[in-house]
Design a protein around this ligand. Structure first.
Ligand SMILES: C[S@@+](CC[C@H](N)C(=O)[O-])C[C@H]1O[C@@H](n2cnc3c(N)ncnc32)[C@H](O)[C@@H]1O
Length: 213
């Protein structure tokens, strides 16, 4: 796995930029794409667990598993989860998204907020996501979109911290590789998902993809 030391090293900064309401509200926008009544949620690349906590707090009947490969990120995640109102329903697991430590059909929804573009073998990560979803379960991703795009003034005005996070996202995703609507949709379909929808978000900086297993 490339660059996981970078996730370890960058975890304090990442923790700081993502622990804020604007970030949380964007994560919340993924939830409307989960299947109705989804209970078991798997959050791939959970980082400091801001995303896992948002899912658990927004869905009071859910049980959320946050998976990450970086021990540095999980060290940030643990106290954050312990301080959250949903600590009894969030489990943190260290593991590689290329080889998920979960049985077939484990989850109702698999989410990845800013995750797939970091995977060296994206096809494999998607086929693992498909394997651990129950039939009819949903995959929901938010990923960076291709093209030369600078975070719009409106984003900076929402929150300076959010502007910084988007600026850093553009730099990291320039290195790691971004998606077009078509490339992301094709990759998801190739992994065997159906009803694949991809649409721009964040003023075109990102793409939200959803698909059924
Ligand atoms: C950009 S962060 C997203 C964090 C969180 N989902 C959020 O939006 O706040 C991506 C995360 O993916 C993790 N990651 C990278 N490669 C991974 C792998 N192969 N398996 C699992 N997690 C991985 C990184 O450690 C990092 O925490």
């Amino acid at each position: 796995v490339r660059h996981i030391w970078l996730a370890d090293f960058g975890s304090p900064l990442y923790d700081w930029i993502t622990a804020q309401e604007v970030w949380r509200s964007h994560i919340r926008s993924l939830i409307s794409r989960f299947p109705p009544g989804a209970r078991r949620i798997l959050d791939l690349g959970t980082g400091p667990a801001v995303s896992a906590i948002v899912f658990a707090e927004s869905l009071p009947d859910s049980v959320v598993t946050g998976l990450d490969l970086s021990e540095g990120m999980l060290n940030r995640a643990r106290p954050r989860v312990a301080a959250s109102g949903a600590r009894d329903r969030i489990q943190l697991v260290r593991g590689d998204a290329h080889q998920l430590p979960f049985p077939d059909g484990f989850a109702d929804a698999v989410a990845g907020h800013s995750f797939l573009y970091l995977m060296p073998d994206r096809a494999r990560a998607l086929s693992e996501a498909k394997r651990v979803l129950r039939a009819g379960g949903q995959l929901v991703l938010l990923e960076p979109q291709q093209g030369f795009r600078f975070p719009r003034w409106a984003l900076w005005r929402k929150s300076l911290r959010f502007g910084i996070s988007m600026f850093l996202w553009r730099i990291v995703s320039q290195v790691e590789g971004r998606f077009s609507t078509t490339s992301l949709g094709d990759l998801i379909s190739a992994a065997g998902f159906v009803d694949v929808h991809v649409e721009p978000t964040l003023g075109g900086l990102g793409l939200i993809a959803s698909a059924r297993a």
